[in-house]
Design a protein around this ligand. Structure first.
Ligand code: GLP
Length: 233
């Protein structure tokens, strides 16, 4: 893993922007995208740049089960607000949280991933080491599936909802197996509350108990962390 330590998340967003520029130059056109607070500075850099994604495809990691795409808490809404409304892609895919038939939706998403192999996958990391919504104990070869969120993830994500009870209990998430298929992976983590997960991801034992640790087995991973998130390295 290539680890880049930066002063703060603003500089982190700039470094991540550089990674996007480089990979676009190499011909990357399919981007796996993430949500949450972490990638916001990266999306800000992309939005304020002259990069053009109209010949690119995006495939997002996950979506809450039960939320319609126009729900302000949905990841679909987030992506439009933070990126797509300013930087449209040729095609942008996310799981549909409001799909009637869950099994069909999972099948549809796995077919999308098969048809659109990811060149660069952007990832954040949960405090418990989750990536996407692959909670500790997730099978390392899994494709997209419906997952039950842990109490710690629900509590961490409650800040985006009016109260904890509104946070959906389930999500569709690309599996660790799908994430590992990406040609290149960029992980970002900012803030002291991520320090333990970051240390375990980079220096810990590779184990499904820390889903991000599986990334040690990928040949092309860049990690951008701020000083706080790097303090246990
Ligand atoms: C969520 C998302 C992840 C994200 C993680 C960290 O659960 N499903 O994709 O990486 O939480 O979120 P944040 O960046 O807000 O700390």
């Amino acid at each position: 893993m290539k680890v880049i330590i930066v002063k703060d998340k603003e500089v982190g967003g700039k470094k991540a922007y550089d990674v996007f520029v480089e990979t676009l130059k190499k011909g990357s056109r399919t981007f796996g995208l993430a949500t949450g607070g972490t990638p916001e500075t990266t999306y800000k850099q992309l939005v304020n740049s002259d990069l053009d994604f109209t010949d690119c495809t995006s495939v997002n990691l996950d979506e809450y089960v039960g939320l319609t795409p126009d729900n302000p808490q949905s990841y679909n809404y987030y992506m439009h607000k933070h990126l797509f409304d300013s930087k449209p892609f040729k095609n942008s895919y996310l799981p549909d949280g409001s799909a009637k038939d869950e099994n069909e939706e999972i099948k549809r998403y796995n077919n999308i991933l098969k048809d659109n192999p990811i060149d660069l996958q952007l990832l954040g990391i949960g405090k418990n080491g989750h990536i996407g919504f692959n909670e500790p104990g997730s099978p390392i070869d899994a494709k997209t599936r419906k997952v039950h969120l842990t109490e710690s993830t629900i509590a961490a994500n409650a800040r985006y909802f009016k109260n904890k009870d509104e946070v959906p209990q389930y999500a569709y998430s690309m599996g660790i197996g799908s994430i590992m298929q990406a040609k290149e992976i960029l992980v970002e983590a900012f803030g002291a509350e991520k320090a333990e997960a970051v240390a375990k991801m980079i220096e810990g034992k590779v184990s499904p108990d820390v889903p991000a640790s599986i990334l040690q087995r990928h040949a092309n991973v860049t990690v951008i962390v701020d000083e706080q998130a790097a303090k246990l390295l």
